[in-house]
Design a protein around this ligand. Structure first.
Ligand code: GDD
Ligand code: MG
Length: 358
């Protein structure tokens, strides 16, 4: 079976961490976001993946190549301008001729895809989608279920919601290939605003898979941090690429922690991280690979991007620091998303203060 990962959108609410990488490549525990999806698909026996791209396609193709490393064959469909979620699928109609899986590339989830496929076949639906429950349904595609549990309507981002928890699409679908014939080839269109409402109105074409699963759309820095915390807390079946040495401490290969430094769980230190004498890492912190936490620095409740230097004596609390940053020695940085690249000493606080609060 084939799967399509939709990864052609732009992540414009993730500044500053997405200024250098497309959203699909945002590191989640030192793995690009869609690498977790590719691992999941492979685990469910999917052997062919098409990544539908447009923005910064080269970064993604360069990293995943032919997919051999993940045991899948990866192909790419590159849109010269974003074709919308349905338009992107429409371009694939010559290579898809059997039931297939579609996954939004910006979602961290552990949905049981094998079970969805079984349910899809049993329901004889044209599209089955994973249904989650949400307290903020206005941010998602809302699924209206009738009394028998059948799908009676689909409304993408309804303007008003009265605060009630509603059923929403988690952005993972099983589809029949004839769905692609319902999309005009080469014309930009969206699944959520064009195709799904129409099919819901026809009746009998859509089915929902309701199961317990972890799901989070990485739309902004708040959800980016929440996903990390949830995975550290074991709420999702998502592999952390490091050794769990016990008691909530994950260490990548070649990590060096000085005996006088302190790790207070839960924490993740990616490969080649160095924690120098007297430094402290604590409170759900995620330290990206190749990062140096210098003498007596403290990092708490923060995500530090790959290849960052955290200067001696600095204190970072409740922050997201973009990869490749330098945090000057003795800086105190709290409650911010920071792009602190190559700062001169003393400039840290001013530059950081102009960044986004998370
Ligand atoms: N190839 C391609 N081309 N991919 C696209 C395009 C495009 O033109 N536009 C968006 N995508 C990809 C994005 O990269 C993302 O991975 C996915 O499609 C969904 O787009 P978002 O822009 O993130 O949509 P959303 O989060 O507001 O809403 C969608 O996801 C929700 C679940 O997380 C919808 O599918 C909702 O119905 C759903 O509830
Ligand atoms: Mg999204």
């Amino acid at each position: 079976m084939k799967a399509v990962i939709l990864a052609g959108g732009t992540g414009n609410r993730l500044h500053p961490i997405d200024s250098d990488v497309p959203k699909a490549m945002l590191p989640v525990f030192d793995r690009p976001l869609i690498e977790h999806t590719i691992i999941q698909l492979s685990r469910h026996g999917i052997r062919e993946v098409v990544v539908a791209l447009s923005y910064r396609a080269r970064d993604i193709v360069g990293y995943f190549g032919d997919g051999a490393r993940w045991g899948v064959k990866i192909r790419y469909s590159v849109e010269s301008r974003p074709m919308g979620t349905a338009g992107a699928l429409g371009l694939l109609r010559d290579i898809i001729d059997e039931t297939f899986v579609v996954v939004n590339g910006d979602v961290v989830q552990d949905i049981d895809i094998t079970r969805m496929i079984t349910e899809h076949k049993a329901a004889q639906a044209r599209i089955t989608f994973a249904i989650a429950r949400s307290e903020t349904p206005e941010q998602y595609g809302v699924v209206k279920l009738d009394d028998s549990g059948a799908i009676a309507g689909f409304v993408e981002k309804p303007r008003s919601s009265d605060g009630a928890v509603e059923s929403v699409s988690a952005g993972v679908y099983i589809m029949e290939p004839d769905v692609l014939a319902s999309v005009s080839y080469g014309v930009a269109a969206n699944l959520e605003t064009d195709l799904l409402p129409r099919m819901a109105a026809n009746g009998g074409e859509l089915a929902g898979s309701v199961q317990e699963f972890y799901w989070r759309d990485i739309a902004d820095l708040v959800s980016y941090r929440a996903a990390h915390k949830d995975i550290l807390a074991g709420k999702a079946i998502i592999e952390i690429p490091a050794t769990h040495i016990g008691e909530g401490i994950w260490l990548g290969d070649n990590v060096t922690v000085h005996p006088s430094a302190e790790l207070i769980p839960p924490v993740f230190l990616g490969k080649n991280v160095t924690v120098r004498p007297g430094a402290v890492v604590r409170g759900g912190s995620i330290i990206g690979e190749n990062t140096l936490i210098d003498d007596s620095a403290t990092v708490a409740n923060s995500i530090i991007g790959q290849g960052t230097w955290v200067g001696a004596g600095s204190e970072i609390d409740n922050c997201v620091i973009a990869g490749g940053s330098s945090v000057s020695s003795e800086s105190v940085v709290r409650d911010y998303a920071c792009l602190a690249a190559a700062q001169s000493p003393g400039a840290a606080a001013r530059e950081i203060a102009s960044e986004v609060r998370v």
